[in-house]
Design a protein around this ligand. Structure first.
Ligand SMILES: [Zn+2]
Length: 238
């Protein structure tokens, strides 16, 4: 279907995997190869840790996602902070150190770049604005600098698009693109134009990933794709 809609690339989301087993990795690899799509990014199977006893499971989800990324030859993996919003401040550091200590070294071994995503108000996870992301990055940035995934719809909902780009354009590896609340675009909004202009000014060359809600129809996906392509063309002609 992705191919039929005229796309050449894909973000593989671990949500689509029913069981995290070796057999699923081979099945995913077979499907991607058969489709001829290029897997530019992979979205981690995230667990937002509410209690430190869940750390092992979060690490397990992260590592199996990295195995998929390796197998699908995906250079970038989108990660969440793995911290639940309700986890109290004194425990955040410990959980972040444990989870990302494991994930960053495993990612380095497999040669996959991790890219932390800004989350929305609605998310159960921690890391919605520059303040929260700075706290997270201050703990997990080690010898390898963490990449960044800008989720435009989350950033718009929290009023953070410009601030996040100013702060993290140098780390930017991926952009999740949708209208408010993961809805499709019907026409080019001022904010979409603003985003594309900003990305151009920062010289961004990476992927734009359509991340639409599951209720979207194929017509809405195609319409969104066309709107974005027109904006990109309009901008690059200038
Ligand atoms: Zn996203």
């Amino acid at each position: 279907m992705v191919k039929q809609l005229g796309f050449e690339n894909l973000e593989f989301n671990m949500k689509s995997v029913e069981t995290e087993a070796d057999t699923s990795i081979h099945e995913a690899e077979r499907l991607i190869k058969a489709s001829g799509l290029k897997c530019l990014t992979l979205h981690v199977g995230a667990l937002h840790v509410k209690d430190p006893v869940e750390v092992h499971r979060a690490v397990y989800y992260g590592k199996i996602s990295l195995d998929f990324a390796k197998k699908l030859q995906t250079p970038v993996m989108v990660v969440h902070s793995n911290i639940a919003r309700q986890l109290p401040e004194p425990q955040r550091r410990g959980v972040l150190e444990l989870v990302f200590g494991e994930l960053t070294s495993y990612a380095k071994k497999l040669n996959v770049k991790l890219a932390l995503e800004n989350l929305s108000y609605a998310s159960s996870g921690y890391g919605k604005n520059v303040g929260e992301l700075e706290e997270i990055l201050g703990i997990i940035d080690k010898d390898v600098v963490m990449g960044f995934t800008l989720d435009f719809c989350h950033a718009e909902a929290t009023g953070q698009t410009q601030t996040l780009l100013e702060k993290y354009h140098g780390r930017l590896c991926n952009v999740h693109l949708s209208n408010r609340a993961h809805k499709p675009f019907d026409t080019a909004t001022d904010r979409l134009l603003f985003l594309v202009q900003e990305l151009g000014e920062y010289g961004y060359q990476g992927p734009l990933t359509l991340e639409l809600g599951r209720k979207c129809t194929t017509d809405q996906i195609l319409r969104t794709k066309r709107v974005i392509e027109e904006v990109l063309q309009r901008y690059t002609k200038k």
